[in-house]
Design a binder for this molecule. Structure first.
Ligand code: TXA
Ligand code: MG
Length: 317
């Protein structure tokens, strides 16, 4: 049985104790719920891969509560330091060279010489990290390849009985995962569009972000997003179909979608759409209907992250 803990002082203390004992706890962040384990404990990290059924080559993000902690584990060059200063705590993950002295399980970064770090902004995540006192490895709290969870109900639908507890702080505000920037080379590279728009990062850096060589790299994915089919609902998903397939559910965006089953944002607000995305995909996946058709989403700001997730959800499996 998976325990449901409240976001009170007592709930947070119990979650921290479970984590220190090597157990897995799903935790709220401002982006999506994370499946957390002690990043210094190899068995706990292995249990994360196991609970998710995740391919072992896919490294995890380490969550910390301060820049001092981040610097204990990773080496921050100019670009990484500038981005951390501008956007942490927040929905940004920085991939940096891993410090040799970092006392973390090598499994956290799947044996890579780099490390993905993030300081989340969610107050409950921050209090938990402070109470736990170390780094928490946490991928999104969903079975591998499935839709990311933005509520504790989503977490339990996928992982009930496989994890010790879920710390329930209600729905996540951002609703898509963090933006991932690789700062290990000369030019920072946008590995995954996410909750922080690329435009904001480029403005803080004063230079454009590089894009990965190829958007789809099945052989050696360095971000999950690079597996072509990912974030997939059970039903087939079609993007912007010219005609609505019979028996399809329709996920709208903006005006002109009056007949839609659900609308990501009737007022065409990308922030609202991002926050609704995974919840609505979960709902449509569970509803009667043969397929899901999605209205076009503008491809700027958070629209890039939304379209990235939708393209993968629609990819051939
Ligand atoms: O918003 C988020 O980022 C959520 C919350 C829980 O923080 N977490 C999340 O984790 O989305 P996950 O594991 O589903 O996606 C993180 C991805 C990994 O799949 C991996 O491909 C990439 O980050 N990553 C981690 N370490 C990396 C590294 N050393 N080099 C390149 N990519 C890395
Ligand atoms: Mg994920």
């Amino acid at each position: 049985m998976t325990k449901r803990l409240p976001p009170s002082e007592e709930g947070i203390t119990r979650a921290a104790a479970l984590l220190r004992a090597g157990a897995l706890v799903a935790i709220p962040t401002e982006t999506v719920y994370g499946l957390a384990g002690d990043a210094s404990n190899g068995e706990a990290v292995a249990a994360i891969f196991d609970a998710k059924g995740r391919p072992s080559f896919n490294p995890l993000i380490c969550h910390v509560d301060s820049m001092e902690a981040a610097q204990r584990y990773g080496v921050f060059g100019d670009a990484a330091a500038r981005l951390a200063q501008a956007f942490w705590p927040g929905p940004l993950t920085l991939v940096v060279p891993r410090r040799e002295s970092a006392r973390l399980s090598p499994l956290v970064s799947a044996g890579l010489p780099s490390l993905a770090l993030r300081i989340p902004a969610h107050p409950v995540a921050r209090r938990l990290l402070a109470s736990f006192g170390g780094a928490l490895a946490a991928p999104s709290a969903n079975p591998s390849g499935k839709i990311s969870p933005t509520t504790s109900a989503h977490v339990l639908a996928g992982l009930e009985g496989r994890i010790a507890a879920v710390l329930d702080a209600g729905p996540c505000a951002v609703g898509v995962e963090s933006t991932i920037v690789d700062c290990t080379g000369e030019t920072p590279v946008l590995l995954r569009p996410g909750g922080l728009p690329a435009e904001a990062l480029e403005q803080a850096l004063g230079q454009p972000l590089a894009r990965p060589q190829s958007a789809v790299n099945e052989v050696n994915p360095s971000a999950p997003g690079q597996l072509s089919s990912h974030y997939a609902p059970g039903k087939p998903l079609r993007l912007n179909p010219r005609t609505l397939p019979p028996d399809a559910l329709w996920l709208g965006f903006g005006l002109g979608c009056e007949g839609a089953t659900l609308n990501l944002s009737p007022s065409a607000d990308l922030r609202e759409a991002a926050a609704n995305l995974f919840t609505m995909l979960h709902t449509l996946d569970a509803a009667p209907g043969a397929a899901i058709a999605v209205a076009p989403i503008p491809n700027h700001g958070l629209g890039q992250a939304i379209n990235d997730r939708l393209t993968r959800a629609a990819a051939p499996r």
